[in-house]
Design a protein around this ligand. Sequence first.
Ligand SMILES: Nc1ncnc2c1ncn2[C@@H]1O[C@H](COP(=O)(O)OP(=O)(O)O)[C@@H](O)[C@H]1O
Ligand SMILES: [Mg+2]
Length: 695
Amino acid sequence: MILESIEITNIRSIRKQDIEFPSSTMLFFGDVGSGKSSVLKSIEFALFGTLVHGDLSGDSLLRRGRNTASVNLTFSIDGKKYSIKRSLSKDRKGRVSQKECVFTDHDNGTRTTYAPTDMRRKILSLLSYSVSRYEKATKIPLFRYTVYTPQEQIKEIIQADPDVRFEILKEVFGIEKYEITLRNIEIIKDYLNDKLREYKIKIEQIGEPEEDILQKEKVIEETKQQINNIGTEIKKKENKISSQEKIIEEIQKDLDIYSKKIVQIENKESNINEYKAKQRKNKSSLNKIQKEIAGKEEELKNLKEIKVKTELSEDQLENQLEKIQKLKSQKEKEIAVVKKILADVDKLLKEGKCSLCGQAIHEKDRFEKEFQDTTLKVGSFSNEIDDLTQKNNEQKKLLKIIREFQKVKNKRDSLSSLISEKRKREADLNTLIKELFEKINRNQEEIMAILSEYKITNLLKFKNFGEEIEVKLNAEKKSLNKLNSSKESSGNELSAQKKSLEYLQKELVELNSNIQLKNSLQDNLTYYSQLKNWVGEQFPILIRDIEKKILSSSAHHFNSYFKEWFHELVEDENIEVEIRTDDFQPIVYVNGYVSPFKDLSGGEKSALSLAYRLALNKIINERYQEVKTKDLLILDEPTDGFSQQQINRMQPIFEKLNTSQMIIISHERNLDSFVTDIFNFKKENHITRVTKESI
Ligand SMILES: Nc1ncnc2c1ncn2[C@@H]1O[C@H](COP(=O)(O)OP(=O)(O)O)[C@@H](O)[C@H]1O
Ligand SMILES: [Mg+2]
C-alpha cells in the first residue's frame, strides 16, 4: 500500500487539511502538539475505523467543539488506486459514532457505500489481513507492529509484561494458530472417539452376515425347488382343466342339440295341437253339414208327388189359355150385340112402332121370325161360350197343376243342388280332416323319431332328459370349478413363494451389502483409529515442533537484525542485546551483566525500542509475503533522546529496510539528511497547518 493523499476535516487539531503524499521517505516536522500524530491517526482511522477501547475512539478523534468529522484517504495497492471516506458525527447526547463510508475504486470508477464494519472487512481483505481475526477486533496488532506504532506505544512492547508481549507476538507471527490447532485437536480427538464408538456399534449391530448368508442361500434354494414343484402341479392342473373344459364343451353341445330338439318337438307339439283344434273344428263343421244334409234330404223326401197329364209346357198352356180367352171374349161381344138386337126387336114387337120415327111395324112376322132366329143364335152362342168357359177352366186347372209341379220341381232341384253342395263340402271336410290326421300322425312320428334318436320312448322322459344333461353339465362344471380353484390356490401359493423368494433375495442382497458395509465400516474404523492415533499422538508433536521451529527461526532472524541494528545505533562495545528465543524477551547485557530496560539511558532505550521495532517489522514482512502493507512504514518520534550521531546512523538501517514509502515524525530537524520530502506542521489558534517544504 502506498499513500496517495488525505483530506482531513475536524480531526483533533486539524480543521481542514489536504496532504499529497509522495512515494518517498517523508519527514513530518513540527513542534510538539502541532498535529503530526493527528494525521497518522487519521490514516489509521480511515483504514480501520474507530477502535473503541484504544486511542482511536471517535470521541478522541472528533475535534472538540465540532459535531462532524471526516477523513478521505486515497491509496494504491499493486498499482490500483482506491479511496475511503469515513466520517464521524456527534448526536445530541454527545455520543460520537461513525457514519456510512464511501469506497471508491478509481480503476473501474465505482463508488460504493458501506456500513463501517463492512468497510473494515473490505479493507482487511484488500490488504490481505485476516478478515475473521480483525473484523471485530479492538486493535489490529499486525498494522501496529509492521506499519505504524503510535508515538506513545513504541516503548510499550519492550516494557510490556513478557507473557502479554509474547501473546501479541505470537498473534503477529501467526503462531497462535498452532495453539488453536492443538486445542482443536482435542475437539477432533473427541469427535474421532465418537466416530470410532459409532463405527464399533454399527459393526456390532450388523452382526455376522456371512453366516446368515449361507442359511439364506439354503432357504432360497428350497424355495426355488418349491416354486418348480408348484409350477409342475399347476401345469398338470391346467391339463386337467382343459380336458374338463372339453368334456363340458361336449355336454354343452349335446345340451344345445337337445335344446334345439326340444324346440323342434315343442314346435311339432304345438303344430299337433293346432291341427287337432282345426280337426275338432272341422269335425264339428262336418257334423253340422251332415245334419243339414239329413234335414234337406228329409225335406226332399217330404216333397209331394205331382202328376201332370199333359205334355204341354206351361207356356204352351198359357198360349192356349189366352187364345180361349180371346175367343170367349169375342163370342161374348157377339152375344152382347145379338142380345141388343134381340132386345130391340123385342121392344119393337111389343110397342108395334118405331121408337125413332114412330112408324108402325109392318112386317111383324119377319121380325118375329128374326127374333126367333136370333134367340136361337143367342142360345148357340151361349153354348159356345159355356164350352169355352169350361175349356178355359180346365185349362186353368191344368195350368195351376203345372205351376205347382214346377214349383215342387224347382224346390227339389234347389234342395238337390244344396245337398250336393253340402256333400261336396262334407267331402272337403273329410279330406281336410284326413289330411290333418295325417299331419298329426306325421308330426307324432317325427317326435317319435327324435325320441328314438335318444332311445327314449316317452316324451315325458325325453323332457326330463334335458334335466339329466344339465345335471351332468353342472356336475362337470362343479368339478371344473374345483379344478380351477385348486389351480388358483396353487397359483396363490406360487406367488406367495415367489414373493418370499423375492424377499429372501432382497435379504440376501441386504446381507451382501451389509458385508460390504461392515467391511467399509471396518476400513473406516481402521482409518479413524489410525487417524486418531496420528491426530492425537503424532500431529501435536509435529505442531509443537513446527511452532518451535518457526519461533526459533523467527527469533534467530530477529536476533540478527535486532543485534545488528542496535549496534548500528549504539556503538558502545559494553552493551550487548539479544532476545530470548522462546518468548522474544529482549535481554540487555551491560558489561557482561543482565541489565533491566529501565536502567538504560533515554537514547539507549530509544535505540533498543527502534531496533526491536524495525527488526519486528522486517521479520513480519518477510513472513507475510502476501500482506499489502509492506511498502509503508510510519515511525512516530523514533529518535526521541537520540544524539545527532545516533540519528545519522539511522540511514543505513532505513536503506536496509528498503521500504518504498516512509513517514518519519520528529519535532527535531536533525533527520533532514536522509529524507526526500519535508512537511512542516504548525498550529495557530489551535488549528494545524501543514505545508510541504521544497528541498
Ligand atoms: N479531540 C481533540 N480536539 C481538539 N484538539 C485535540 C484533540 N485531541 C488532541 N488535541 C490536541 O491536538 C494537538 C495536536 O496533537 P498531536 O497531533 O498529538 O500533536 P503532535 O504534533 O505532537 O503529534 C494537541 O495540542 C492536542 O492537545
Ligand atoms: Mg505526536
